[in-house]
Structure formats: C-alpha cells, structure tokens
Design a protein around this ligand. Structure first.
Ligand SMILES: Nc1nc2c(ncn2[C@@H]2O[C@@H]3COP(=O)(O)O[C@H]4[C@@H](O)[C@H](n5cnc6c(=O)[nH]c(N)nc65)O[C@@H]4COP(=O)(O)O[C@H]3[C@H]2O)c(=O)[nH]1
Length: 717
C-alpha cells in the first residue's frame, strides 16, 4: 500500500521525489523515520507490486529499493523502471544478498548499494550523492541538447551560405566542404573530402595556391581575396554557358588553424579554413572591359594603345636579337568618298572587310591595329630582310584592289602604305610611326595606291608641304588669291560670248603661281573646300561688277574640283551666292572633268542634276583626255563639251585630218551639245575648227587669262 509523506514544508514540485520500497514494515518505517526532515518528498511502497503501481502513476527521482521481496522482487521493479522514459535512479537497500543478485542490480543500472544495517548519516549521504549526480546528469543532457541545436543552426547557416566554405588538413586535403562548395564545383561531398586541393586547381595557379593553402597566420594577417581558377565538373548551377563550365575563378581567403599544445606559445598547425566566392561573372565583365580598352570596337583589332605596347615589345626583342622590324602605316585611298556616298554604315562595313583582308596576309607574330578612321598600322617583327616587308605590302595592295561587296554595291578602293624599319628609321615608337606616316604621305603625293619605304629626304618634302599648307591658308586670309578671266569668242562674229574663270595666287615672294601648282595640294589637304567657297563668292561678285548692260549677257564658266563636288555644302553655297549677287543661274556654266564621272557616277549625276534644276549648265572639260566616259555621257545633264587643248594644238594643217577632233565634234552634234575649243593658239587651228563646225573658241590667239580690271577693259573696248 503506497503512502505519501511530505518530509518538509517546501513545495513538493521543487523537492526531489523519493520512493521507498520494502516489504518489511519495520524497515520501511525506519527508513522513513531516518529521512524525516531531510526535505525530500517521500512515498512508500510495502511490496514490489505496490512499487510498480507508484512508478506507473508518478515520476520519481530516486527509488530506495529492497531486492528480496516476496511477490515482485527488486530486479523486476528495476526492469520496470528501465522501461520508463524518465527513469528514476535506484539505490539498492538490502541485507545480505548473493553476489549474483548484487551484480544483477548493478547491471540494471543501480546507482548505489546500501547494506543493512546503516546509519542515518550513511543513508543521507548516499541519497544526497545520488540526487546530486542525477542533477549533474540532467544539466549535462540539457547542455548536450543545446549544443546539438546550436550545431544544427550553424550547419544550416554554413550550408545555406552563398559562399563556399572549406577546411583543409595540414597536407592540403579537404576535411570539410559545405553544400555550396559541392554545388559550385559540381562534385559530391564524398568525392571532395580527402581530395587534395591541387586536383581542382588550374595548373598555372598551383604556385600561388601553395602559399595560400599553407597559410598559417590567423586574424588580420591571414590571406585575403586571392583569386584562383578551379576546374569544375560540367554543369554547375551557377553558369549556363556550356563553354565556360570547366573553369571558374574564385576569390578566397585562407586562415591558419592550430591546436594548442601544452605550451600555448607553440601551437600545432592543423590546416587552413576559409571562404571562397565564385567571381567568374565579374572576371568575365572585367575581361570584356579590358578587351575594349585595348581593341577597336568596329574591327576588333588592337587599338593604338595596344599597338604601341606590342611595338615596344617587338623593338626590345629586335634590340636583343640584333634583328630588324618593320612598321607599316596604311591609309585607304578614297575611303571618304565611300562614306559620303554610301553612308557611314557601308563605310563601317568596308573597314571591317579591309581589316579581315589585311589580317589574312599576316603571320602569327605580326600585329595589325586600327589607328582610327581609315588608318591601319602593322608591326612585322623579326624581319629576315626588307623584301619581307615589301612582299607583305604588295600583298596588301593586291588584296585591297579586289572589289568589295557592300550590300550589293561593288566598291573599288586602294591603299597607300608607308614603311619604316627599326632601327634605321627610328629608335623610338613615336619616331617609327611618324616616319611610316611620312612615307605613306609620300605615296599619296605620288598618286596613291602603292608603298614606299621611309627615306630622310621625305622629311624635306613633308616640311615643304606643311609650309605650303600654312601659306595657302594664309593666302586665303590675306586675299592673295585672285580670279582671272579668259574670254571665249564666237569665231564667226569675233564677239566675246563668255569667259572661263581661272584662279591665280599672287604669292608675296614667288610671284604669280598657277593653279596646277597649288590646287592639287589644296585638294589633298582639304583646303579646296574654303578655296572653292571663296572662288564661287568672288566670281559672282565680279560678275555683278561687270554688269549686264549692253548686248547679250556673258556666260561664265568655272572649274569645279571633284573634291568640292563631293562636299555636301556645295549646292547650297552655289545657290546662296547666286541669290546674294542677284545673278541668273543661266549665266553660269560649271566645268567638270571627265574623271568626276568615273569616280562616282551616281553621286555626280545627282549633284549635277540639282545644278541643272537650278538653271546652271554643265560643261565637260578636257574632253577626250580622261577615261572613256561615253557610256555615262548621255546620263549626265551636260550642255557643253570642251575640246582639250592637247588635241587642238595638234592641228597644224588646215587641210589635215585630225580624227580625235573630228570625233569629238561629231559626238557633240549627235548629243546636241554646245562645243568649245580651248587652247587655240593659231589662225590655222581657228580656221580648221570653224570649218568643221566648232565656232566657240578660247585661247592665246584671242586673249590670255586676265585680271578682272583687264577683262572689263576688253569688254568695254
Ligand atoms: N598653252 C595654252 N594654254 C592655254 C591657252 N588658253 C588657255 N590656256 C590655259 O589652259 C587652261 C584651261 O583651263 P582648264 O583646262 O580648265 O584647266 C584648269 C583647271 O582645271 C584648273 N583651274 C584653274 N582655275 C581653277 C579654279 O578656280 N578652280 C578649280 N577647281 N580649278 C581651276 O587648273 C587648270 C589650269 O589652269 P590654268 O593654268 O589657268 O590654265 C588654263 C589656261 O590658262 C592657250 O591658248 N594655250
């Protein structure tokens, strides 16, 4: 029969709960008596069966148990206790028992053994010990549980980290990797653990990694943000680009791990740990930016910065090996025309195609770069002889001469190439480039489409050109240019019916300079644009000056540079000048050469048609000397053909037969065009021309070109 006894006044919930079990009522009472006033909550059971009932009903901290009981013995009670979740501790309280019985009790987990008879102190000490140990065990269990929870939390944080977290043993083998590391590298954890880090590392990074993964320092001094390339198994989740799956770049830090020995000053190194992050995307972006900084976007060729760098390296090597190298400067001829006529889109396409063709002609170590615009530079290192450079330049010219297809437009271009040899033509990068450039200009001067090696004498020519350009610019500002007029005569009546405007330069030192000497240069340097604008304005002003009184108004023909016809503002300039000086467009004839039609027929036709619509007439100058343009002739809005003076001057016999002159006369008749013969110097020539139907003439026989004043005098005489 169980009885409950509160042995103290303290609340039972905080007090240890004891169950005393003995089937001898006397012993049970004595136990109870001895524990009185000890502060425990006491329950008694006077048989094994009663004990089982108490245990089933209530939780106890400690059971003081007799082994030898009649009905259910102490071992059976202990078996029952052991099946319970929260087990009570057991102190066996017994008289003399056999060794087997004692062992049985210990095996079942009895905490202690109290042999009867025992003193009260002995009993209290044993009970107190048992309860204290039980407390300690409970604290320990709670701590273990808290630790397990905390470990779970940290493991979650580590595994869910967006970064790879790793640990390496002192030999450099992985002892720990988090989930992210497995995902990033594309391996199972089991495959990585025990693996040496070098198995994953890019071969070129092994040396750098050796220092990082042997990092023994901790804290601030440990390795930080070291970038290494690692090989992953194909298909890690972080990249979708199949081509890039094999190698990624990681940025990692490494911190030394040490185990403290007895002497805390000499801890044992046990490995490294750290965090790594996949920085491949950033690296790729950096690579793109780097590439763009050193390459031309349009052609993807090295730009001038990278070119200079490569040239510098090539020069260093050549110096060491005592060899020569060549620097080439290539400028495309007539590129501007393509840009202006077909548009920049086609111009860009042309440059891309040119880049490909040039590249095709080069060897592996050569560098081709785009300097900008239509200029390319090349360095040919390790030259065996200068002939190598000559061969390459010829190859370029030949390849570029083949027509280009720009969306169905067949375009022909050529190139001017200057070559400078290191060390003879310059020992610095800039000097070599400058001299190759000078040689290129020389080619342009000599008619383009070719190559030239630099020669110091070119410097003088260049200096002359620079000086000429400055002088010509000044000539415009200082009004040193002047329009001369050469009358055109109707040979039948002897009357002046028109004039050709011809430009002169009153040079302050050299005197009168003829247009043949400075206009080609003005065209090459671009000065032809302001010069032509000046010319149009001047001759409209002069025309307004000589007035229209008297008989029929005169027609004035002016020479128009093809370069200016290409200029987009040409038409507006002409129309504005005519309006400003109130000159009827019908009094102006624009002389163009046949070659203008060859260069770019479509564009020329458009410009000339616009002029025609304005009322300005068009004459073909030097007819018969250019490329045969008969095919184009009927498509041009032309009014007049001028027979070139070279044909006129062949006429030496009034009764002779001059087929070219006769052919030109019959063409003009067939196409119903006016005809003017220029350079007429003799009566024989004048009579022959008249006899065959050409009556408008111009030449020294009648008048030389003259300044405005002289011309006005002639008109008035
Ligand atoms: N031997 C000989 N020559 C004669 C005779 N009659 C005229 N000439 C010269 O023949 C040239 C005729 O001009 P062009 O064929 O249009 O050829 C012109 C024209 O193409 C160009 N030019 C002249 N003035 C201008 C101009 O204002 N603008 C442009 N764009 N070109 C011009 O320069 C070329 C040369 O001009 P110039 O030296 O003035 O030379 C002029 C003229 O002085 C003659 O009986 N005998």
């Amino acid at each position: 029969m169980p009885t409950h006894l509160d042995a103290s006044a303290t609340p039972s919930s905080h007090r240890p709960r004891l169950l005393l079990v003995d089937d001898e009522p006397r012993v049970l009472a004595s136990l109870q008596e001895m524990l009185k006033g000890s502060g425990y909550a006491i329950t008694t059971a006077d048989s094994g069966t009663a004990a089982l009932a108490c245990l089933a009903e209530m939780r106890f901290d400690l059971v003081l148990l007799d082994l030898l009981m009649m009905d259910v013995d102490g071992h059976q009670v202990m078996d029952f206790i052991n099946q319970q979740d929260t087990k009570a501790d057991v102190i066996v309280v017994s008289g003399t028992v056999g060794i087997e019985s004692a062992i049985g009790a210990l095996k079942r987990g009895a905490h202690d053994y109290l042999r009867k008879p025992f003193s009260r102190e002995e009993l209290l000490r044993t009970v107190d010990n048992a309860l204290r140990q039980r407390d300690l065990q409970q604290i320990n269990r709670r701590m273990v549980a808290a630790l397990a929870l905390s470990e779970k939390k940290y493991r979650y944080l580590v595994d869910a980290s967006p970064d790879m977290i790793y640990m390496l043993g002192h030999e450099g083998r992985f002892t720990y990797v988090n989930d992210r590391a497995c995902q990033m590298l594309g391996y199972e954890r089991e495959e990585l653990l025990g693996q040496h880090y070098t198995a994953l590392l890019h071969a070129e990074d092994h040396e750098r990694a050796l220092y990082v993964f042997n990092e023994r320092r901790v804290g601030e001094r440990a390795s930080r943000d070291v970038e290494l390339r690692v090989t992953c198994r194909a298909g890690p989740t972080h990249t979708h680009d199949a081509a890039d799956t094999s190698v990624i770049t990681i940025s990692l830090n490494a911190i030394g791990m040490h185990r403290e020995k007895r002497d805390p000053h000499t801890p044992t190194y046990v490995g490294t740990y750290g965090i790594a992050r996949d920085v491949s995307a950033r690296k790729r972006a950096e690579a793109v930016i780097h590439h763009q900084a050193y390459h031309d976007i349009l052609t993807d060729l090295p730009n001038r910065v990278l070119f200079k760098d490569r040239l510098g390296l090539a020069m260093l090597q050549a110096r060491r090996k005592h060899t020569e190298l060549a620097v080439m400067f290539i400028d495309l001829d007539r590129f501007k025309l393509v840009n202006d006529t077909l548009g920049h889109g086609h111009g860009d396409k042309l440059l891309q195609q040119v880049a490909l063709r040039l590249k095709d002609c080069l060897r592996k170590g050569d560098t081709l770069a785009r300097q900008g615009g239509d200029e390319f530079t090349i360095v040919l290192p390790d030259l065996r002889s200068r002939d190598d450079a000559r061969v390459v330049a010829d190859k370029f010219i030949e390849r570029l001469q083949q027509p280009f297809d720009l969306s169905g437009n067949e375009v022909h271009i050529s190139a001017s190439i200057g070559v400078a040899i290191y060390p003879e033509h310059g020992e610095s990068i800039d000097e070599l480039l400058r001299n190759a450039d000078i040689a290129m200009y020389r080619v342009k001067d000599l008619g383009k489409n070719g190559h030239a090696f630099y020669d110091p004498s070119m410097h003088d020519a260049l200096h002359q050109n620079v000086a000429l350009e400055q002088h010509l610019r000044r000539a415009l500002e200082r009004n040193e240019l002047e329009m001369y007029y050469q009358p055109q005569i109707d040979a039948a009546s002897g009357r002046i019916i028109g004039a050709e405007a011809l430009m002169r330069w009153n040079h302050p030192v050299r005197g009168l300079i003829m247009p043949g000497e400075f206009l080609p240069f003005a065209e090459e340097s671009g000065l032809i644009v302001p010069i032509s604008e000046w010319m149009i304005d001047t001759l409209c002003r002069d025309m307004a000056h000589w007035g229209t009184d008297g008989a029929d108004p005169l027609t004035l023909s002016l020479n128009l540079s093809p370069h200016y016809l290409d200029h987009s503002k040409f038409f507006e300039t002409m129309r504005n000048a005519l309006q400003r000086y109130d000159i009827g467009p019908g009094r102006i004839a624009v002389e163009i050469t046949e070659n203008i039609c060859i260069r770019n027929p479509q564009y020329a036709i458009e410009q000339l048609k616009k002029l025609g619509q304005l009322g300005v007439s068009v004459a073909i100058d030097d007819f018969g000397t250019g490329y045969s343009s008969l095919a184009y002739l009927h498509r041009f809005p032309i009014h007049t053909i001028k027979i070139d003076q070279s044909f006129v001057q062949q006429i030496s016999d009034e009764d002779g037969h001059y087929p070219v002159v006769l052919a030109i006369i019959s063409i003009s008749r067939g196409l119903n065009l006016d005809l003017v013969a220029e350079g007429v110097e003799t009566e024989v020539q004048a009579r022959y021309l008249r006899a065959h139907g050409c009556s408008t003439m111009q030449g020294f026989l009648f008048h030389r070109p003259m300044p405005l004043g002289g011309f006005v005098n002639v008109l008035n005489s």
